[in-house]
Design a protein around this ligand. Structure first.
Ligand code: GLU
Length: 482
């Protein structure tokens, strides 16, 4: 445990920007922030960082709450539920940032900058040509503070951080260990933009301080911003929180998991029929390893065993095959039949025969990977199927044989009382008696009655499909070979 957490209530947060549908990485980061706070008897909160007005998306904020609720990650404070440090939305805290920016100017830790975009571009081009790191060259730092103050009343300007020119900024990252940056290589970051809005850097530090955040756990893309944040804490004279930077989720080709390549919004996982329990389990394993090497565990088990020192330092690969495997496993083994039925309800197509749900469900349970598969796994029970003659001609079976197999099957089935046992018994004995190729014969029947090659077990399927439809389909197929 860290010095900070010994003396203070541990408080963690996520600070998502409402710029689109909540990303699966937001769920991933939230999960670990929640676990850390939970483990220390602290609080996990949500703050909305909506100062980037150009990227603001209406409705995105609600989706963040809905997505985390679906995952089962509760927050203690936020815009939606309030809390002692409200408002939790940055656009409602503009006066606060302004006040702190002015304080920095007064102390000489920040300065007004009047450079135009054209000037900045010329500066950047010259630096690039000279093989230097493109960054603000600090020219407005030289202005007399009084003159700058007066100009700021009338001229368009930004406020920049006066980053120390010498020395280094270092910290012990709770995940990545010692990290340090040369101050001279850290840019004089804009803190207040020309539209009067703060940048992320100022707002995040002010808010984390005022909201008493003790541990900042976030994606590693923020590592290079951390020296700026530490500089701000130091300039304000505030205690610096602990930082923990988590590796970014990667595609199997190690590129960053992004919406251009994949469906990455939490809502899309919900809509496809992933179980939140399975996704949470999967996300836990991406960032952390279980001390007892368990692979399948629920959120409570995770909360009980979680410790930051078992967190991943290397980029976790988001393996959809593994996620699908896990989802299927949860569907097969972790839900009661009644619960599964409830979860499947929203995925049932409108023509699904609800009365048959209880008989159909046991047949498909083992084959469901996603809840949304329910339609493709059951449609032949209640929709007409189309069977092509060619689809039945396989494994060297000639037309005469197929015709005979279909006719004999019809006759045999007519003799049954349509129980599973009798259906199975007559069809099996038919196959044995004629010494038909087992694979060929039963696959033929399967395709004839369902239109598919992969279905629930054949005899059960025939039983549930019912006499009328089974005979109809067998006759129709037979007519193809007449
Ligand atoms: N608004 C930032 C984001 O969207 C928050 C980064 C942080 O946690 O400091 O990821």
């Amino acid at each position: 445990m860290t010095a900070t957490s010994k003396t203070k209530t541990v408080r963690t947060r996520i600070a998502p920007s409402p710029t689109g549908l909540a990303h699966v990485a937001t769920g991933y980061i939230a999960l670990f922030n929640y676990a850390f706070a939970h483990q220390h008897g602290g609080q996990f909160i949500i703050r909305i960082e909506d100062t980037d007005r150009a990227r603001f998306v209406e409705g995105a904020e609600q989706v963040i709450y809905d997505s985390l609720k679906w995952l089962g990650i509760p927050h203690a404070e936020g815009v939606d539920i309030g809390g002692p440090y409200a408002p939790y939305k940055q656009s409602e805290r503009l006066d606060i940032y302004k006040k702190y920016a002015e304080e920095l100017i007064k102390k000489g830790h920040a300065y007004y900058c009047f450079c135009t975009s054209a000037e900045l571009e010329t500066m950047r081009n010259a630096q690039q040509k000279a093989g230097k790191l493109p960054m603000y060259d600090g020219r407005c730092k030289q202005l007399d503070p009084k003159v700058a103050q007066e100009r700021a009343q009338k001229e368009k300007h930004v406020i920049r951080l006066h980053m120390p020119d010498e020395g280094k900024t270092e910290w012990e990252d709770l995940i990545r260990g010692h990290i340090e940056f040369e101050n001279a290589l850290v840019d004089d970051q804009v803190l207040i933009k020309s539209d009067g809005f703060p940048t992320y850097h100022l707002a995040v530090v002010v808010d984390d301080y005022l909201m008493k955040i003790t541990h900042v756990m976030r994606g590693e893309e923020w590592i290079s911003s951390t020296p700026k944040h530490i500089a701000l804490y130091t300039m304000f004279g505030w205690e610096i929180p602990q930082f923990a930077h988590m590796p970014l989720l990667r595609n199997p080709d190690h590129s960053k998991l992004s919406k251009r390549k994949n469906d990455v919004s939490l809502i899309s996982y919900m809509k496809k029929g992933y179980l939140p329990e399975a996704l949470v389990n999967f996300l836990c394993l991406l960032g952390w390893s279980h001390p007892e090497h368990e692979e399948v565990f629920d959120l409570q088990n995770f909360l009980k065993h979680y410790a930051i020192d078992r967190m991943q330092k290397t980029a976790p690969v988001f393996d959809f095959n593994k996620l699908n495997w896990m989802n299927g496993l949860y569907i097969r083994e972790k839900l009661s039949a009644a619960e599964l039925k409830k979860r499947l309800e929203p995925f049932l197509p409108s023509d699904f025969p609800k009365k048959k749900f209880d008989t159909i469900l046991p047949l498909i349970r083992d084959r469901l990977v996603l809840l949304a598969d329910v339609e493709s796994l059951t449609d032949f029970f209640y929709r007409d199927i189309v069977v092509d003659k060619k689809a039945l001609q396989f494994k060297k079976a000639d037309d005469a044989l197929i015709a005979q197999q279909l006719l004999s099957s019809i006759e045999a089935l007519k003799k049954t009382d349509w129980t599973l046992q009798s259906i199975e018994a007559v069809l099996r004995s038919l196959q044995e008696k004629n010494d038909w190729n087992k694979g060929q014969y039963f696959m033929l029947l399967r395709i004839v009655v369902t239109g598919k090659t992969a279905t629930p077990p054949l005899f059960e399927t025939i039983e549930v499909l019912g006499k009328e439809k089974t005979f109809q389909r067998l006759e129709k197929a037979r007519s193809l070979f007449a």
